[in-house]
Design a protein around this ligand. Sequence first.
Ligand code: GDP
Length: 204
Amino acid sequence: NPFQRARYMLSAHNIGQLPPDGGFEVAFAGRSNAGKSTALNAICQQGALARVSKTPGRTQQLVFFDFEPKRDEAPGNRFLVDLPGYGYAKVPKDLQAHWQAFIDRYFTTREALKGLVVVMDIRHPLKDYDLQMLGYAANRGLPAHALLTKADKLGRGQQMQAMHAVSREMHSRFGDSVSVQVFSGESKQGVEQARGVIAGWLGF
Ligand code: GDP
């Protein structure tokens, strides 16, 4: 599992602080409390990898994780990028505007960005924020993959029903570049499937 080598690299609060463009990166988006940190930790098989994204002051930054190179391997240019979950209500208006502009610029200009993972609570999918992020990806022809997480809270039948409903809605809004799966950071359901999608985008 190459994701086990993921490690915190840097946090960027403006375009100038991003690592050089030109590699391969996958961005993770999700509303606050959707389960994004838990999903990242499960995918990377690390207990507290994404905790850094939650430290005060980092909640409005892009948090980059790189991969520790294997012995005799050149330092890589593959990254996972944790986008701020929006706690809009808690954020001052000028910071919201800055964040919007930053994310907008990141999505429209970042060449290294190869795919978007949107983490949504399976019981509350496709809220405004999720649609906005999926819209950014679709506008650029970037593939997006939705993780319907906290699936352990539902039975199998309800999971499948939710997945088909979200799949239908995503395809009708955003076309063929979107996919969706059931996930649980708690039970680890769907973790391998998610790794497969992300590894493909990163060229692992
Ligand atoms: P984030 O704000 O999106 O990073 O969300 P967190 O990963 O911190 O999770 C928010 C809350 O949901 C925490 O209390 C987690 O324990 C819980 N949670 C996250 N993923 C799951 C899951 O797959 N199943 C269940 N039952 N709870 C989860």
